[in-house]
Design a protein around this ligand. Sequence first.
Ligand code: ATP
Ligand code: MG
Length: 138
Amino acid sequence: MNRTFIIIKPDAVRNKYSGKIIDRIESEGFRILGLRLLQLSDSQAKEFYAVHKERPFYNDLCKFMTSGPVMVAALQADNAVQKWRDLIGATDPAEAAANTIRKLYAESKEANAVHGSDSDDNAQQEIAFFFKDSDLIG
Ligand code: ATP
Ligand code: MG
């Protein structure tokens, strides 16, 4: 079993899609180890997306990610990282496959409904960014 870290982004929470997305998480066979609602601070968003700080969209992305509440979750499944990325689809919803979460619920390439870790190592780091070990159901 592996873990991944996901965010239901401000657009999806604002558009009242979080329940539908959590339903999908469960029906696709992920186990939820931890889940909470929070609003990212400016410094949290900048640190979380630091890998993109040289990219032209970095400032707008951080502004968007702090624009309203998000839900953060740690999920467990076989091949959790890839399984979640397959389920969410391409970064740009216009390019996302039918029935993927981004195709169904994203607004744009920036406001694209959900985040998913891109490797097992990053999943561990991202989970630790938001959850203490004792916050997770083992
Ligand atoms: P995420 O990391 O959120 O799961 P991803 O791995 O598909 O998404 P990344 O390349 O890591 O995509 O980009 C991180 C986030 O930055 C994207 O999800 C999106 O919100 C935003 N982003 C990426 N590329 C662009 C772009 N060209 N214009 C605007 N926003 C972008
Ligand atoms: Mg990414």
